[in-house]
Write a protein that binds this ligand. Structure first.
Ligand SMILES: NC(=O)c1ccc[n+]([C@@H]2O[C@H](COP(=O)([O-])OP(=O)(O)OC[C@H]3O[C@@H](n4cnc5c(N)ncnc54)[C@H](OP(=O)(O)O)[C@@H]3O)[C@@H](O)[C@H]2O)c1
Length: 324
């Protein structure tokens, strides 16, 4: 089992958390990416994750305008999960908004997730109308008021992450996390300075889309027409086009070979690479469309790749991504 320190806090979270974008109820633009999911499926995904020792959840304002937050809270309540036993990270969405919006947004986040506390509030993306410094001051005010425990960001570049961390340090805090896309077909954080800075400063990298939104499962390589039958906008992504499936096939073959050695699935190997290859400060939040997937994702915490397997995946993933 793999529990890891979250930022510079005393909290230890499972290396695999649960991403809750899939709980958006087909609401709003972002919510329509995955399509709808019924209440009982949401509940069973949450239950199976907890049974698999996943101890934390990531959600956001943007996921169905709070629908995901409400669904998560409802599922936890129906499972009689106690408030102190949860670790929830959510995000406020700064598009076309000011730092002063953080306080209002927080009230909605708090209401949606009640009775569960918000341990980490993240700035979903760097596109605010206010400076990073002002946003961090507003986030820090929530920490100082005892409303949240930690401040995180998401999709912040090296410079933006540095600014956020420096602004928080000026008020006696540090940045806890940066949530970034990271998977075998997108390893930009390894070369753009984000991962190195995070390591040096005890900032947790939360890897989102660790399965490249289902692409790394190999399912859509085996049945290219299947993606058309899946609900939501995902089917239109270039990553699922015939050309892209052809280009990424060699990586899927290696994932299958390695999976065979471990009695695992290609998805599990791909996910394990994310939380093992670059060390302890990377944790991942796969989303799931069924309890079975959630169970398989949680089980990744008991899988261990050899260094030769990691090395091979590093090499092939570079080759199929066209990077040196
Ligand atoms: N901060 C940000 O900007 C940002 C952006 C994106 C995501 N996120 C967060 O990251 C989380 C995860 O990312 P994501 O949802 O984009 O992508 P992901 O976790 O890479 O892919 C999730 C999808 O992969 C398939 N899947 C998952 N586990 C599987 C398994 N064991 N076997 C086979 N298929 C499996 C399911 O889709 P099908 O069964 O339909 O194929 C599932 O919906 C989100 O829920 C969200 O919390 C954050």
């Amino acid at each position: 089992m793999l529990y890891r320190k979250f930022g510079n806090s005393d909290h230890h979270v499972s290396a695999i958390g649960l991403g809750c974008w899939q709980f958006s109820g087909n609401r709003g633009l972002a919510g329509r990416f995955w399509g709808d999911m019924d209440e009982s499926t949401i509940r069973s995904i949450v239950q199976t994750s907890l049974e698999g020792k996943v101890n934390w959840f990531d959600t956001a304002e943007m996921y169905g305008g709070g629908y995901s937050e409400r669904s998560l809270s409802a599922a936890l309540q129906s499972l009689s999960i106690q408030e102190q036993d949860t670790f929830i990270a959510t995000k406020w969405n700064p598009v076309l908004r000011f730092a002063s919006s953080i306080g209002h947004s927080f009230v909605d986040r708090e209401t949606n997730l009640a009775p569960y506390p918000i341990r980490v509030l993240q700035v979903h993306n760097p596109s605010s109308l206010s400076s990073i410094e002002k946003q961090m001051q507003a986030m820090a005010a929530l920490v100082h008021a005892g409303k949240i425990e930690m401040v995180g960001v998401s999709n912040f570049s090296l410079d933006q992450m540095k600014k956020a961390n420096e602004a928080l340090k000026a008020v006696g805090l540090t940045l806890a996390s940066n949530q970034m896309r990271y998977h075998l077909l997108d390893r930009s954080i390894e070369t753009n300075g984000v991962l190195d800075y995070a390591r040096q400063h005890g900032i947790t990298i939360i890897a989102y889309s660790p399965l490249a939104q289902g692409l790394l499962t190999g399912r859509y390589h085996e049945q290219p027409n299947l993606i058309r039958k899946r609900p939501g906008f995902r089917k239109y992504l270039p990553a699922f086009s015939e050309n892209s499936l052809h280009r990424t096939q060699p990586l899927i073959e290696i994932l299958k070979d390695i999976a065979g050695e471990h009695n695992a699935t290609p998805a599990q190997v791909a996910l394990r690479w994310v939380v093992q290859a670059r060390g302890e400060n990377v944790i991942a939040i796969p989303g799931a469309s069924s309890a079975h997937q959630a169970q398989q994702n949680a089980a990744v915490m008991d899988l261990e790749l050899t260094s030769a397997e990691i090395h091979l995946l590093d090499k092939i993933s570079r080759e199929v991504s066209g990077r040196p």
